[in-house]
Design a protein around this ligand. Structure first.
Ligand SMILES: [Fe+2]
Ligand SMILES: [Fe+2]
Length: 254
């Protein structure tokens, strides 16, 4: 029996998050698969340690980068966040972490790269002023958010599953904005434009996914919409324990 676990937004620059990861059993998950849906750290050494820690614990780890992972700061050694993405892909490869689809018996697991393209709304002046990515990501001249999103989503492998095969996809970014619960206060909806892209939803439907795991919002949730189970299982920031479960979540067994 293989179990598939979902996890995102482990933000390992927080010491208590690293301690939580250290506490994951090194025995219990040797036959299990982990979907790691982005936002580990912008520091390469932290990402490398994370990959080493998780590949020791799970049979297989699949990963997509989050926005935090693509931050380029002064000494990162990367000119643009695209360059950093390519470097991260190499790190993942070197540590045996997969960023491409896995077909195992009757299950296909498909990572979906993405970004935000304002399909959920236009950013306000206030958001443009406070959202860290605008200062910590760097893009080639002329690349707007639509072009950035296409750069990533065009990489995704979208072969539709053969009948009888269960497709499970995962992304860092949200595929649809109605995944945000209605209880979210109005002042926190400021960030909705930078939460994801409807291109991801189109890709999920093309794939015929039965389950889609996403991160980024840090709001834990599982909800079925139009036949797809959407799951957010973010570890999130230590201060966000109210909206995040801070536990591994099994989403499928086969
Ligand atoms: Fe995050
Ligand atoms: Fe994020």
């Amino acid at each position: 029996m293989t179990r598939i676990f979902a996890l995102s937004d482990i933000h390992l620059d927080y010491e208590s998050n690293q301690r939580w990861l250290d506490g994951i059993s090194t025995h219990d998950h040797q036959a299990d698969i982990l979907l790691l849906a982005g936002d580990v750290s912008d520091r390469r050494a932290v990402l490398e340690r994370c990959f080493a820690d998780l590949t020791r614990r799970f049979k297989k780890v699949l990963y997509v980068p989050g926005n935090h992972d693509l931050w380029v700061r002064g000494d990162s050694g990367h000119d643009t966040s695209f360059d950093k993405f390519q470097a991260i892909r190499q790190v993942a490869h070197d540590f045996g972490v997969s960023m491409t689809p896995l077909h195992d018996r009757a299950v296909s697991i498909v990572p979906l790269l993405g970004w935000y393209d304002y399909s959920f709304g236009q950013p306000s002046e206030e958001l443009l002023g406070i959202w860290m990515d605008y200062r910590t990501c760097r893009w080639p001249a002329g690349a707007d958010d639509g072009a950035i999103t296409r750069y990533f989503t065009n990489e995704n492998e979208l072969a539709r599953a053969t009948p009888g095969r269960t497709v499970i996809s995962f992304s860092h970014f949200l595929p649809r904005i109605d995944l945000m619960p209605t209880y979210i206060p109005l002042q926190h909806r400021l960030i909705y434009p930078v939460l994801g892209s409807s291109v991801l939803e189109e890709q999920i439907r093309l794939l015929g996914s039965k389950i889609h795991v996403y991160g980024h919002s840090h709001v834990n949730r599982h909800v079925t919409m139009e036949g797809v189970l959407y799951v957010n299982n973010a570890l999130a920031y230590p201060t966000e324990a109210r909206i995040s479960a801070r536990a591994l979540k099994c989403i499928f067994e086969y």
